[in-house]
Design a protein. Sequence first.
Length: 416
Amino acid sequence: MKYLSTINSNVSSRSKRLFLPSQFFRSSSSSSSNVGLQRQQEDIVTVTHTANSSIGSTIGHIKQQNFPSIQSDATALVESLLHRTSALIDTSQSNIIAFSGGVDSSLAAALVYRSFHSSSSSQGQQGKHQRNDSPGNLKAILGTSNSLPQRQLLLAREVADFIGIELMEVPTKEGTDEEYIANKGQACFVCKSHLYSALEAVTQTAHEMNHQHQHMHQDDVSNASIDTATNSSNRGVILYNGTNKDDTHDPTRLGLIAAKNFSVQSPLLHITKDQVRIAAKHLNLPNHNYAASPCLRSRLALGVEATQDHLDAVQKAEERVRSLLGLDETMDMRVRMLAGKRAMVELDRRWFVNNYEKESTDHGDDADANAEDIHMRVTKIVEDRLRREGFEHYCKELGFDGGISLRHFKSGSVST
């Protein structure tokens, strides 16, 4: 299935998929000779769970910062975002974007990419710094695990190609963490802590390998080149994400604490989700109007263990619903696993309006008809449709045990 019909076929693929940690670390470049460099990786990600701060203090810390006001005009909005992003980046450091392929991280990646290369060009022209395009200066890194929907993985690859930024895929280890699996309120914090640790570790390892590679050929290079390689191995890491202003008001986003612990920056921190979409559309990002697609763990009610079987079940159930109802990528939809492994299907309100807005008229309801009764009737019609298509039986095969229900989509409703 083609997820991005608007991808420019003339944009050359610049993404590199790197799988870590595994038995070996592999890196390749189309612009250099194919020199195989391997290094044993053992326990590359080590996370210490010290969540001493609270989500409230984290949000309070964010709100205390003074951000420039943003005009609603799209051009002015993007110019302001680029100005802020340019103040965050450092072309002498490794600038790493925590990338998911969602509209927030996609906009962040596009802004960092443009600002980084604009700053590099300006410095080169001024003669203040020698431009260095060696690997490690700018990358988008996608954390991969059982909680990443397959369609989101494919989307992330295509959006990275569209932007032109190099993409690395790094397996993360939250799925082996007992606190994450228990899913009792700290899973988001644990997951993000694993992610940011992995990004830092992978980036530093890449620097070290780049230094080793250049050191092996030191007899063929100048002393200046050797000095550059040494500086590269000591390069710092700046992490970015796509946290927006609306996110800071959500008390369920414990990942913000992890982001604070790792000093993660966000170019979007002072704009709302609506403004994110306006800016993304202005930059022609093909996913500017796509529905949010958070991790599969977010579909599990608190206390429902985040096992591979449960994550696979909600992913497959969602794919079946999208297929049965013909939902495109702009429509919000979730299949949540609630207590007792009951399947709760949540559908975008716009889908109800588009498909069943005449339901009350068809049943002769007048203007005084009870809205709740109409809603219940329409909901039952959709539930019956799904049952006729065999969805309830399919859910049982996936491990759901408690029947299916349906309601309007509501972000963050997994705990109810």
